[in-house]
Design a protein around this ligand. Structure first.
Ligand SMILES: Cc1ncc(COP(=O)(O)O)c(C=O)c1O
Length: 432
């Protein structure tokens, strides 16, 4: 829907000049150095910050920052906080280091991307959407996490927003949906998606969204910036559940969104300020700590996942394995093009269907096994879960089946336990 976003022409210029990149991944050493960081602040576990005088307070309330810190980061913690500001900066560097470098080289003064941290991944997704959606709009949605899916259905039911669910694994389907719905203002995708690990071609889809001047929003939770950096591929907004790989220990709930500076500062931030989806200072500090070794952790998890996927694929009790790093994955070539490696998530179907899957999952509910029967992902501990009755139970059954979320699908999140321990336990569980 051309002309819908007043900030688009400026963003289009900046995006073209600095964001797209032929190099799809940041060098791993550079990535790990940014993660480790050097400036982790003390914990500012405070709701309010004292002003120097009345003029100082008034000046901060109109967005001035006398010491050069982020505007609104030292007024009242719902508006911002030094710990959250620090985490926002690290995430900004991890997703956008190339943009920072390109803009610096061109002596660009206009900020390109803004970064915001939230109390949850869902808070990030819903706040970004409330930052632009209005009556009469349509949003195209690919295979997404259960609560994202149900939020879209809520927008449709309560506010008349048209939600068009498509199979986004084929970019042509997005193009056809945009052509058929001239009121489309955004496309929201996950890649690889949760839980079937099918992939979307971000670069191909971005050509269509850019032609129409509509937002391409990528939920990058399953990858984290370590595996995939969507701005390089043409995304306009990147959202994360930091609860997963950034925290890495299942010790807190948090989220993040990064997107065009003008859009975020003028439209998304006011929603953030008024809805209050702000994280606690301690959670931001904790995530700033756990992100320090995220790349190292993930490298180990992904290497183990690749071997576990290969092990499962040849196991006599396994029907089918979905893992982007396997040659048998229908989009393996796309994985090589846009991800650093195949990731640490695996989905599979056990021979014997639902009953056999339940038996395997109950095996891992036992305390003497190295995994937990639990939802969530990205932790140092491996998790096994049943999407149809757990993470995706809110998706209507007929839609679940079309998307491949069958009753016999089992999802694995690989932790840091190591191949031999996990393979031995899976073999024991499958044969029990
Ligand atoms: C892909 C994806 N996006 C978003 C979310 C929501 O994140 P949170 O639980 O932090 O709100 C999840 C949660 O599982 C997820 O898997």
């Amino acid at each position: 829907m051309k002309g819908r976003f007043y900030w688009w022409p400026e963003w289009a210029k900046l995006k073209k000049a600095y964001a797209r990149s032929a190099e799809k991944q940041m060098d791993a050493d550079k990535f790990n150095a940014i993660c480790a960081g050097t400036g982790l602040p003390n914990i500012h576990q405070k709701s309010t910050f004292k002003f120097k005088d009345v003029a100082d307070g008034a000046s901060r309330f109109v967005g001035n920052s006398p010491s050069g810190e982020k505007p609104y980061a030292r007024i009242y913690t719902r508006l911002g906080n030094p710990n959250t500001e620090y985490l926002e900066k690290v995430l900004f560097q991890l997703e956008c280091q190339h943009i920072i470098e390109n803009a610096l080289a061109a002596d660009e003064k206009t900020p390109t991307i803004a970064s915001l941290v939230f109390a949850s991944g869902m808070a990030a997704i819903t706040t970004v959407i409330m930052g632009f959606v209005q009556p009469g709009d349509a949003i195209i949605v690919g295979n997404v996490y259960g609560c994202t899916d149900s939020f879209m259905r809520f927008l449709q039911k309560r506010f008349g927003i048209e939600i068009i669910f498509v199979d986004a694994t084929k970019a042509e389907n997005i193009k056809a949906a945009i052509d058929a719905h001239k009121n489309t203002v955004a496309v929201l995708i996950e890649t690889p998606d949760n839980p079937t690990l099918q992939m979307c071609d971000i670069e191909a889809i971005s050509k269509y969204t850019e032609e129409e001047e509509i937002l391409l929003i990528v939920d990058n939770t399953f990858c984290s910036p370590y595996l995939q950096q969507p701005f390089r591929l043409g995304a306009d907004v990147v959202v994360h559940s930091l609860t997963k790989y950034v925290n890495g220990h299942s010790a807190s709930i948090a989220g993040a969104a990064l997107g065009p500076y003008e859009f975020f500062s003028k439209e998304v931030y006011p929603v953030y300020k008024d809805f209050g989806p702000t994280p606690s200072p301690f959670d931001s500090w904790l995530n700033s700590l756990t992100i320090q070794e995220m790349g190292v952790r993930m490298e180990h998890q992904c290497k183990t996942a690749q071997r576990i996927a290969e092990f499962l694929e040849q196991h006599p009790h396994i029907e089918k394995v979905w893992y982007p790093g396997l040659k048998s994955h229908p989009q393996h070539e796309l994985c090589k093009k846009q991800m650093r490696n195949g990731g640490a998530m695996i989905s599979f179907e056990v021979k014997g269907g639902f009953e056999a899957g339940v038996k395997l999952m109950n095996f891992f509910a036992r305390p003497d096994t190295p995994m937990e029967l639990a939802v969530s992902l990205g932790s140092v501990i491996s998790y096994i879960e049943h999407p149809a009755s757990m993470t995706h139970a809110v998706v209507p059954e007929e839609d679940r089946i079309v998307r491949g979320i069958t009753n016999s699908l089992v999802r694995l999140s690989i932790g840091v336990e190591g191949y031999s321990v996990l393979a031995e336990a899976l073999d024991r569980g499958l044969r029990s």
